[in-house]
Design a protein around this ligand. Structure first.
Ligand code: C2O
Ligand code: CU
Ligand code: CU
Length: 465
């Protein structure tokens, strides 16, 4: 029914073609720490740096050049480390051949600093993003482009970087820390990054490589008990993380949770982050696996495949005690407004061509339409319903939320523990209720974080006034 507005005009599609063998990328090298973006300011409480987006040829496969689009030439983009209370000033230099923006995923930055599609920086242009990291914002975030229509391509060609906000009173200070950015890469037989196929636009793009800090199956040495921050920076891949021994969840998207939670596995969906504590002091070798989650694809049930992400070498080392209280998360108080959001997709046949439309509240994204209106600082409950047979991760800009409950198969379940999220998965026909509040006036996006769905219109705008 929505065939006409289903696919933006600029969608490039290629036919399915042979891909490079997974073994073409070297595996088993030592885990590479992320490169850290240098703070060029000498002032206290000030973080100043430049991020340049540009095309680079990278030798991923020995003897072959893969053209990528990168921030400061790094795969993945550099890690920004700053403290609560810092003033951040990032000069963005756009050396791409197309417009772009930098969106600060999860951070409470003012809307005009948040890289909205409306604020595109033209090819060859520059822009300075300025924001202050508020109190209680310590957590694990990331940044990526958000231009209208071109976000999927800019991300799958390599543009994404990491952002950690630290607190001076971190209860987990005693733990050594490592960072694992999980990303997805598709390479054709000539080690080139191909455009999306029609199937990618439908199900979300998944490549043959699932990389950790840009490497295939690295070896990660964990001495004693350590803190890991893990990002799912894939365009569409769901990761059910498992490491053969229990681990302790201590943080989600928006920082520490209230009390540590012991888990055997965690489903990390595109856009989400977690912090965990791992290692029991006994030397062991384990694999970090991702059971590639069984998202129902166009009515076909794909088998859950087991993928090795990394080898974990546990060795003896410091075993700091795990505090039993991490933080108090306020519940925002009484909600006085309510919003309803519905994700859906439609399929239609136009002149023998299958067309999908990915919709929010029955409509495809329009930059010139305000879909919902909220009052600044008013606490709201959002009821998000996934009226479709596929999973979709819901994400909203500019704030964190807490999950109240979920209704799935007619059964209502309260959130098992209190945590701050900016991205949450919705299973087919699931309803999730969240509580949230927007603290700045302006325009905010909310969308599915499967980037191909977002790029095709599964995004809407909230006007905060
Ligand atoms: Cu990480 Cu609007 O997205
Ligand atoms: Cu975001
Ligand atoms: Cu989606």
């Amino acid at each position: 029914a929505h065939g006409a507005d289903a696919m933006p005009q600029n969608l490039k599609t290629v036919a399915d073609m042979p891909l490079l063998a997974v073994s073409a990328l070297p595996a088993g090298r030592p885990h590479q720490p992320l490169s850290i973006l240098k703070n060029t300011s000498v002032q206290p409480k000030q973080f100043t740096a430049t991020l340049t987006a540009a095309a680079h040829d990278v030798e991923l496969v020995a003897g072959q050049k893969t053209p990528m689009w990168l921030y400061n030439g790094q795969v993945p983009g550099p890690l920004i480390e700053a403290f609560e209370g810092d003033e951040v000033e990032i000069r963005f230099v756009n050396q791409l051949a197309q417009a772009s923006t930098i969106h600060w995923h999860g951070l409470p930055v003012p809307p005009e600093q948040d890289g909205n599609p409306h604020d595109a920086v033209p090819a060859g242009g520059e822009h300075v993003y300025r924001f202050k990291l508020p109190k209680d914002s310590a957590g694990t975030y990331w940044y990526h482009p958000h231009p209208h229509g071109d976000t999927p391509e800019q991300v799958y060609r390599g543009l994404a970087g990491l952002f950690i906000v630290r607190s001076k009173n971190d209860p987990l200070k005693a733990f050594a820390e490592q960072h694992l950015v999980i990303s997805d890469l598709k390479l054709d037989a000539n080690a080139q990054i191909p455009d999306n196929t029609a199937n990618d636009w439908m199900n979300g793009r998944e490549g043959q490589f699932v990389l950790v800090n840009g490497q295939r199956e690295p070896v990660i040495t964990i001495a004693g008990r350590q803190r890991l921050r893990i990002w799912n920076a894939c365009s569409a891949r769901y990761l059910r993380l498992n490491m053969g021994q229990p681990f302790t969840l201590v943080g989600t998207d928006g920082g520490l949770i209230e009390k540590p939670q012991i888990m055997d596995e965690f489903l990390l969906v595109p856009g989400q982050r977690i912090e965990i504590l791992v290692g029991n002091g006994k030397p062991a070798s384990m694999t970090l696996k991702a059971l590639i989650y069984n998202r129902e694809k166009m009515g076909k049930v794909a088998p859950e495949v087991d993928r090795t992400l990394a080898t974990l070498q546990f060795t003896a080392g410091l075993m700091p005690e795990i505090p039993q209280k991490l933080r108090k998360i306020a519940d925002f108080g009484r909600a006085t407004a309510m919003k309803k959001v519905e994700f859906s997709e439609t399929m239609s046949m136009d002149n023998g061509v299958h067309t999908m439309a990915f919709l929010v509240n029955g409509k495809s994204f329009d930059m010139n339409r305000h879909d919902l209106i909220s009052k600044v600082n008013e606490v709201e409950v959002w009821e998000i319903f996934n009226n479709s047979h596929m999973d979709h991760p819901f994400h909203i800009h500019g704030t964190q939320f807490i999950v109240i409950d979920s209704t799935f198969n007619k059964q209502r379940t309260n959130a098992p523990y209190r945590a701050l999220h900016d991205t949450i998965n919705l299973r087919p026909y699931e309803t999730i209720r969240i509580k949230t509040v927007q603290q700045d006036i302006g325009l905010r996006m909310f969308h599915c974080h499967i980037l191909e769905h977002e790029g095709q219109g599964m995004m809407a705008q909230l006007l905060v006034k």
